[in-house]
Every structure is written in C-alpha cells, then in structure tokens.
Design a protein around this ligand. Structure first.
Ligand code: NDP
Ligand code: GDR
Length: 337
C-alpha cells in the first residue's frame, strides 16, 4: 500500500508540482483548497480526478488555514502519513498591505496545523514551507545557522512558523521539519512575482499585446532555482530517520536586472525600449541579497540543483510564448465561429 499525504496550498506553484511527484511515487494525495468565487484549481486541472470515481489517488477538500477546527476534523478523516504545509499568503509586497491577514494565515496557520496534528493524535510527519526571506537583512551566504532578520510582515510570519515547527519537534517529539527554500520559479509561478511578470511581459510584447513593463528595484540579488527540483527536496526531508531543518538553494546569485536582460535577449527584445520604473513596486523595507549555502542538503539528502538561472529565464519565456500563442489561436477559433 502506498503512503497518504496531505498538502495545504495544493493549488499553488509548489503544491501542484509536489502533488505530481507524490502521485508518481504511488501516494494517495489529499489537497486543501480554499473556497473562491472563481476557479482556483488551474494548476492541478490536468491531474484532477472526478469525485464520482471509486478509487481516487487525488482527493480535494475545502478547508482553510484560518480554520483550526476544520483542520482537526480533516486530519482525523484523512489520517495522512505526511503533511506538507505549503499554504500561505506568499507575496512579500502584498504582506505590507495586508499584514494582519498574512500573520494569521502564514504564521498562525502553521501553528494551527501543528496543533491539529497534535490534537488529533495521528503521528504524521510535517513539512513546513519556511523561507529565505527569514534571513532578510543578514548578509549572504545564508545557511541553517544564519541568524534571522525578517524585513516584511510575510517574513515575520514565516519566522513564527519556523519556531513553532522547532518547538513542536522539541516539546512533543513530533517529526516536524523546516525546509528553508530560496526563490524557486517555473512556468506555473504566480504572475505577480518578478520572474513570471517579466517572462509573461516578454511574450506579450513580442506578440504585440503589451508595450510597457513597469518594475521596481532591479538591483535586488536573488538565488533563483527551478520549482520541480525544490519539491523533490521537500519529499526527501520527510524520508530521513531524524527530523532536521535544511536550506535549499542553488548557491548562485543574479540581480533582477540580469534576469530581465536574459529574458528579453531570448526574444530579441531591448529592455530599454519597454521597461519603466514604478515606485509602487518598491517595498517599505527591501531584502537586498539572498544567496543560499545548501551544503547540508547536498550531503544528507543527496539533493542537487540542475537548472541554472539563465536556463530558467529562457524556459519560462518559451512557456509564456506558447501560452500566448495558444490564447491567440483560441481567440481566432472563437471569432471564426
Ligand atoms: P503560491 O502563492 O503559488 O501558493 C500558495 C498556496 O496557498 C495556494 O494554493 C493558495 O491558494 C494557498 N492559500 C492561500 N491562503 C490560504 C489559506 N488561508 N488557507 C489555505 N490555503 C491558502 O506559493 P508557492 O507555491 O510559490 O509557495 C509554496 C509555499 O512555500 C508558500 O508557503 C510560500 O510562502 C513558501 N515559499 C515559497 C518560495 C518560492 O520561491 N516559491 C520560497 C520559500 C518559501 P489559492 O490558489 O486559492 O490562492
Ligand atoms: P520575493 O519575490 O519577494 O523574493 O519572494 P518577488 O518575485 O516578489 O521579488 C523579488 C525581487 O524583485 C524585486 N522587484 C519586484 N518584485 C515584484 N513582485 N514585482 C515587481 O514589479 C518588482 N520589481 C522589482 C523585489 O523588490 C524583490 O527584491 C518570493 C516569494 O515566493 C516568497 O513567498 C518566498 O518566500 C521568497 O520568494 C523566497
């Protein structure tokens, strides 16, 4: 019999790749979907299984990290072996506009889930999606022992979730781990994060659908990896004998400007012609440089990143160009009718 996993945030970038990975390993995957007035399952539609089917390996449930009772009830019903807490208000800039909400879902939500695991007595292993944003103002390279200095309500909430995870491990002997993941991207990245915003704009400018791209700080340094490789690291963390925390990163640095230049060059476009500055996209306090040291993950998890930032930018541009082409073809078919 395969294992059973529960994923919060299954409709997000990482949740969708993780669900695919676990299904390929013969898991039964349960996912939490929050109620929305419009469809929010686009990233997992290709693996969706009809609720009428007798033996489903992917099962979706309505619940929310803001509702602790719903979490306890769901855990008692599903009784997962592994839980991946990927659900969050995950946008750093937005967290300055909605700090209380971000603290509630991203911070307290992690504690609600840990407490639900304890209260339901199911003994599941828990993965907490911690973030390089917790290091914030502490200079690179950052590793598991680097002090935190969060620079946003989002990062403060993630620090809370991190320590709640460590505390439940120490207090209750729970198998609970933090994956401290640096930025990771893909064609499924949300459209308002900077990499996807850039690659989507490149595709739309090339197709004549858009003229300008407005951005904020181009000097920020990030360590960008490829999301499908990062969800593999999450899974590896829960397969070890002992629960420990791990940094996951490529160890390579690039500025937003370098990502921008690579993406535009791939489509033979000149950023100077199209890119303009808008202070709206600056943060009240910025994180200048994140570059991770993932030696521990290399040594203990046998995990290695393969896709480098230049290749990442190009594959995201290619995917967005394909998506624009498909949309235009779809529109043409509708007009013909
Ligand atoms: P996304 O923003 O793509 O996905 C977030 C997920 O959380 C979505 O499924 C979203 O649902 C869900 N969600 C939001 N609010 C709630 C709520 N109240 N209750 C339940 N679910 C909720 O994030 P990523 O996939 O990129 O990231 C996954 C996790 O990893 C997040 O916790 C993020 O903070 C963290 N992280 C991400 C990194 C990255 O570079 N991607 C790096 C380090 C950490 P909906 O689809 O309805 O919006
Ligand atoms: P980040 O990702 O804040 O690192 O958080 P984001 O892509 O939003 O920003 C990266 C850098 O780009 C600069 N920037 C802009 N950012 C956005 N979104 N939009 C712009 O127009 C723009 N112009 C410049 C930002 O100032 C920043 O320096 C991501 C999220 O996935 C978090 O959930 C995760 O924890 C961290 O990565 C690791």
């Amino acid at each position: 019999m395969g294992k059973t996993a529960l994923i919060t945030g299954v409709t997000g970038q990482d949740g969708s790749y993780l669900a695919e990975l676990l299904l390929s390993k013969d898991y039964t995957v349960h996912g939490i979907v929050r109620r929305s007035s419009s469809f929010n399952t686009e990233r997992i539609d290709h693996i969706y299984q009809d609720p009428q089917e007798a033996h489903r390996s992917l099962v979706l449930h309505h619940a929310d990290l803001a509702d602790g009772v719903a979490l306890v009830n769901l855990l008692r019903e599903v009784r997962p072996d592994e839980i991946y807490n990927l659900g969050a208000q995950s946008h750093v800039r937005v967290s300055f506009d909605a700090p209380m909400y971000t603290g509630d879902v991203t911070g307290l939500g992690a504690l609600r889930l840990l407490e639900a695991v304890r209260a339901s007595g199911i003994g599941a292993r828990v993965y907490q999606a911690s973030s390089s944003e917790m290091f914030g103002a502490t200079p690179p390279p950052q590793h598991e022992g680097t002090p935190f200095h969060p620079r946003s309500p989002y990062a403060c909430a993630k620090v809370f979730g991190y320590w709640a995870t460590v505390n439940y491990r120490e207090a209750y002997g729970m198998y609970a781990v933090n994956g401290i993941l640096f930025n990771h991207e893909s064609p499924r990245r949300g459209e308002t994060f900077v990499t996807r915003k850039i690659t989507r704009a490149v595709a739309r400018i090339k197709a004549g659908l858009q003229q300008r791209l407005y951005l904020g700080n181009l000097d920020a340094v990030r360590d960008w990896g490829y999301a499908p490789e990062y969800v593999d690291a999450m899974w590896r963390m829960l397969q070890r004998d002992e629960p420990e925390d791990y940094v996951v990163a490529t160890g390579r640095a690039a500025t937003v400007r370098q990502f921008l230049d690579t993406a535009f060059a791939h489509a033979d476009l000149d950023p100077a012609e199209h890119v303009r500055y808008d202070p709206k996209y600056e943060r009240p306090s910025e994180v200048d440089a994140l570059i991770g040291d993932a030696s521990k993950a290399h040594d203990l998890l046998g995990w290695q990143p393969r896709v480098r930032v230049e290749e990442l930018a190009r594959l995201m541009v290619d995917a967005d160009m394909q998506q624009v082409a498909d949309q235009l073809a779809g529109a043409a078919v509708r007009i013909d009718r």
